[in-house]
Each structure stands twice: as structure tokens, then as C-alpha cells.
Write a protein that binds this ligand. Structure first.
Ligand code: KG4
Ligand code: ZN
Length: 326
């Protein structure tokens, strides 16, 4: 059983042998946070406590198993919104205690990195993983045995976060990723030349807040059609993400790139990355959308691998808002 309550989704899933998803139940809180234009941590915690028991029960029922069939319970305990994480951790601890099952605390980012491996079982190692979500932008070299080398991350906003902010400036509601993606398809990506911060720096770091600010000023002064702004904004973000990911592939000689996190749904990012990777003979892999966005299956999946490696946590397991995967 894998449980994730790190942000605004209450998620539980049952996975067999690290790959076979028997159930994957997610309760989205998007309607709760919509009116605030972003996730309100306090409300997220309260929604999790309402939903958690039901979501866990449903994940078992849909998988056709009972607690007796489980081998272990895994829960995201870092990084994330602390109040939200605590709900999942407290639930997992109670269940582990009551049913006398081993407990594993899992890093949410490792879950995202593992998601593409659940569906592509012959993924080469090392490979480069680009994790892009509402909370994270991370370029990681993934080695055999689930060892990671973090190459770079965002210095300010996450990629999904700027999509959400730009959607707000354009009056498109929350969350903004999908709306902007759709609108951008009809717009001209060269209409506005937005900056590409840190594109040419000699590293794997990202910076997106400068793009966000440029879009904001542009929207305020020029009433240019939203679709052209959306397309030009998306072109800037995707350009930097693709350029740096390819740079990492070339430098490391990795044979594949995986794409994961909510922004992995982006049509322009998928297409551009595929095209650029094909030019250097690298493969691009991404999981289906229900494994890209926050879910419990990726947590159960990586937990299975860690369980094989001997990881066990005691009932004193705690949650922490930050958590590196070094
Ligand atoms: O992984 P996720 O569900 O939650 C976090 O861990 O943050 O990612 C949600 C993020 C939101 O910022 C949303 O706007 C973005 O993913 N997103 C997209 C698209 N679909 C969702 N961003 C760009 N293009 C999309 N098609
Ligand atoms: Zn996530």
C-alpha cells in the first residue's frame, strides 16, 4: 500500500512487485483551492483528514485485497506541506501498528522519478530524469539501485508554479497548466520574445521567475491576445527545459530521458523533448498521466524497491517539509 498526502491530492494505491498497479485512487482538492488561485496549506491538511480513510479503503477494495494481503505500508514523509504530510504519516503509522506491517517513509521526488520505470521495465541506467511539477523542477541522473545524482534544480519558482501564475495573470483560473497548453496551440510562440533565464549558464540550474515577471509586465501594458502570450510563454519555459535536459544527456552519455510530474502532461514539452532527443539518438519515456501527477502508486512502487534493499522505518517515523534525495 502506498499513501501520498504531500500536497493537494489524497492518494492511496496498491501495487504488486513494484510495477503492477492493482489500484490507484486519488481525491483531488482542486475545487477547494480554486477560489484562492493556489493551494492553501491549512485547507489541504483538513481535506486530507476527511478523505484519508475512505481513499485507503477504496484502494484496497478496488485492488481486491484486505490488510492481510499486504506486505508493507509506504507513505510519503518528505518533502511537502508539513500539515498535509502529517495526515498521511499518522494514518500509515496507525495502520502499520494495527496490522503489524512494516512501515516505509518515502521521498515524494523519488516516487516521481520512479513512475516512468513502472511502465517501461527495460529503462537503461543511468538515465536522466526531468521532474517538473507544481512544486519541483529537478534534473537528476538516475543510477542502478536507485542512486541519484542531482544535476540541477530551480533557483526560484517551479515550472508548474509559473504556469499557474501566468494563467492567473491571463485570468484563466487555477491550475493553469492545461489551459495554457491548450491555448498556446492556437497562438504564435514567436509573438513575444520572453527571456530564457539561465539557458546558457554552464550548469543544470533553472530559473523561471524572470519569465513570470516579464509575462506579468507584458500583460499589464499590452493587451495582446492571450493565446499569443500563452504560446510565447510556453515556448520560453519549454526551450530552457529541453535545452538543459539535452545538455545533461550529452554530458553524461545517458541513453534515455524520462519525463515526470504534472508538467510532463505538456504537449509542447513532450514533442520538443522527443524531437531534440531523437537528434542525438536518445529515447524519451514518460508514464501515463495518472502516474505523472501525484499518486500513491509511485510511492508504493519505489517503496517496493527500497523494501528489497532492506529499508524499514519504525513507528517513530516523522514528516519533514524538506527532503533531499542525495
Ligand atoms: O505533479 P502535480 O500534480 O502536483 C505537484 O506535485 O505539484 O503537478 C501539478 C502541476 C500544476 O502546476 C499544473 O498547472 C501543471 O502541473 N500542469 C501542466 C499541464 N498539466 C498540468 N503544466 C503544463 N502543461 C500541462 N498540460
Ligand atoms: Zn508531486
Amino acid at each position: 500500500l502506498g499513501i501520498d498526502t504531500s500536497c493537494d491530492e489524497t492518494a492511496a494505491a496498491v501495487v504488486a512487485d513494484g510495477r503492477e498497479v492493482l489500484s490507484n485512487i486519488v481525491a483531488s482538492q482542486v475545487e477547494t483551492h480554486q477560489e484562492y488561485g493556489g493551494v492553501v496549506p491549512e485547507l489541504a491538511s483538513r481535506k486530507h483528514i476527511e478523505a484519508i480513510n475512505y481513499i485507503v479503503s477504496r484502494s484496497l477494495a478496488e485492488a481486491g485485497v484486505t490488510f492481510k494481503d499486504l506486505e508493507a505500508i509506504a507513505v510519503t514523509n518528505r518533502p511537502g506541506l508539513i500539515g498535509a504530510l502529517l495526515v498521511g504519516v499518522a494514518a500509515a503509522k496507525s495502520l502499520a501498528y494495527c496490522h503489524n506491517l512494516p512501515l516505509l517513509g518515502i521521498n515524494h521526488i523519488e516516487g516521481h522519478i520512479y513512475a516512468p520505470c513502472m511502465v517501461h521495465d527495460a529503462l537503461p541506467f543511468p538515465h536522466i530524469c526531468l521532474t517538473v511539477s507544481g512544486g519541483h523542477t529537478l534534473l537528476v541522473e538516475v543510477h542502478e539501485g536507485w542512486q541519484y545524482k542531482v544535476l540541477g534544480s530551480t533557483q526560484d519558482d517551479a515550472a508548474g508554479e509559473v504556469y499557474d501564475k501566468v494563467a492567473k495573470y491571463l485570468g484563466l483560473g487555477f491550475p493553469g497548466g492545461k489551459v495554457i497548453d491548450d491555448l498556446a496551440q492556437k497562438g504564435n510562440p514567436s509573438a513575444v520574445k520572453f527571456p530564457r533565464p539561465m539557458r546558457n549558464t554552464d550548469d543544470y540550474q533553472f530559473s523561471f521567475s524572470g519569465i513570470k515577471t516579464s509575462v506579468r509586465y507584458f500583460v499589464e501594458k499590452a493587451r495582446r491576445a492571450g493565446l499569443h502570450i500563452a504560446a510565447s510563454f510556453q515556448a520560453a519555459v519549454v526551450d530552457v527545459l529541453v535545452y538543459k535536459s539535452l545538455r545533461a544527456v550529452k554530458a553524461t552519455g545517458a541513453a534515455a530521458i524520462t519525463l515526470t510530474g504534472g508538467v510532463a502532461a505538456n504537449s509542447h514539452l513532450r514533442a520538443s523533448l522527443k524531437l531534440a532527443a531523437a537528434e542525438i539518438g536518445a529515447e524519451v519515456y514518460y508514464p501515463p498521466m495518472n502516474l505523472c501527477t501525484d499518486n500513491g502508486a509511485m510511492i508504493a512502487g519505489i517503496a517496493y524497491q527500497k523494501y528489497q534493499q532492506g529499508l524499514r522505518d519504525g513507528l517513530s517515523l516523522n514528516a519533514t517539509p524538506k527532503g533531499s534525495i542525495f
